[in-house]
Design a protein around this ligand. Structure first.
Ligand SMILES: NC(=O)C1=CN([C@@H]2O[C@H](COP(=O)(O)OP(=O)(O)OC[C@H]3O[C@@H](n4cnc5c(N)ncnc54)[C@H](OP(=O)(O)O)[C@@H]3O)[C@@H](O)[C@H]2O)C=CC1
Ligand SMILES: CCCCCCCCCCCCCCCC(=O)[C@@H](N)CO
Length: 296
């Protein structure tokens, strides 16, 4: 589990550990890794279970990532499931964001998912066993005010996942893309420090989720080999509406998409109208307070 030392990633590790898995946590900060390891080990169901920690930046150097994954496989055996959860969210208006923020988010969120996946895929295909999970976001299904850098890095994951799934399906390897809404994690707390008001108001359309709940759903979908993993009724509607040319996991899923498409697009138009309203009101509010400041 990359990003397994905090938030959603840590909860995914706990969820898998509870089901008897051997876990490798991958993140940069060693202290946080060790603390997460201790927390996860409380949930062991037998005395053979192991939690291994690896400190590496998943987005910096491919050879480094490949090496540490090799080390982990030597200790614990081949990877059955890779969860790409390391990620970063930075929000801000396009005009205010540094160009380097776009590079940073693309590196961590996109390349940071490519590298570990590339490092495990050959063995998975040879063994005819494997699950690769990508953690995108609802902001990887639609573009929102404040997320020009973040959304694009999360949309990129979907293209990667769709193409990869078509390649590896005959080898019995299944890809899952998760699209969580706002989830109560240290990462979200960080993001909120610089989040524009518009982004916050629009995001409040969907309710805040608990990382345990998100993790449970992701692990369930990954085990079942579902391509799509979403949470709640908005999550369900968004995934159905934005299914595009994504692979289907069952006939029922395909039929539901066909039947609900028109209705969900109609609902979406109302949401879009309300989002535009939020943006307009925030702009008027700002103009008003600027005038007040000048006259004062
Ligand atoms: N929380 C939310 O509202 C939502 C989150 N998501 C996505 O879920 C994922 C997890 O989010 P969340 O749990 O909030 O995040 P947190 O910030 O709580 O945790 C992020 C984890 O990723 C690790 N990490 C970050 N950068 C790197 C890196 N370059 N190399 C290796 N590890 C790294 C961190 O450890 P360290 O810093 O020590 O490296 C930490 O373990 C992200 O991809 C996020 O975009 C999606 C939708 C909603
Ligand atoms: C039929 C159509 C239904 C439409 C529902 C639309 C709801 C849009 C809300 C989008 C919220 C974006 C959350 C991003 C979370 C995230 O990734 C960051 N918080 C990470 O830290």
């Amino acid at each position: 589990v990359t990003g397994g030392s905090s938030g959603i990633g840590k909860c995914i590790a706990i969820e898998c550990y509870k089901q008897g898995a051997f876990i490798t946590l991958v993140a940069r900060n060693e202290e946080k890794l060790l603390q997460a390891k201790k927390e996860i080990e409380k949930y062991s169901i037998n005395d053979k279970q192991v939690v291994l920690c690896i400190s590496v930046d998943v987005s910096e150097d491919y050879n480094q990532v490949e090496n540490v994954i090799k080390q982990a496989q030597e200790k614990l055996g081949p990877v059955d499931m890779l969860v790409n959860c390391a990620g970063l969210a930075l929000a801000g208006k396009f005009e205010d964001l540094e160009v380097s923020t776009f590079e940073k988010l693309m590196n961590i969120n996109y390349l940071g998912s490519v590298y570990p996946s590339r490092a495990v895929i050959t063995t998975m295909m040879e063994r005819r066993v494997g699950r690769i999970v990508f953690v995108s976001s609802q902001a990887g299904q639609l573009g929102l005010f404040g997320y020009t850098a973040y959304s694009s890095s999360k949309f990129a994951i979907r293209g990667l996942a769709e193409a990869l799934q078509m390649e590896v399906k005959p080898y019995n390897v299944y890809v899952t893309v998760a699209y969580p809404p706002d989830t109560d994690t240290p990462g979200l707390a960080m993001e909120n420090k610089t989040k524009p008001l518009e982004t916050r108001l629009i995001s409040e359309t969907t309710s805040l989720c608990k990382p345990e709940q998100v993790a449970k759903q992701i692990v369930k979908d990954a085990i079942q080999g579902n391509f799509n993993s979403s949470i709640g009724s908005d999550g369900y509607m968004l995934s159905s509406l934005t299914c595009g040319m994504a692979p289907v996991t069952s006939i029922t899923e395909g039929l539901q998409q066909v039947v609900t498409m028109g209705l969900f697009r109609t609902i979406a138009l109302f949401y879009l109208g309300s989002f535009d309203g939020i943006v307009r009101r925030c702009m008027m509010q700002r103009t008003k307070s600027e005038i007040a400041d000048k006259t004062a």
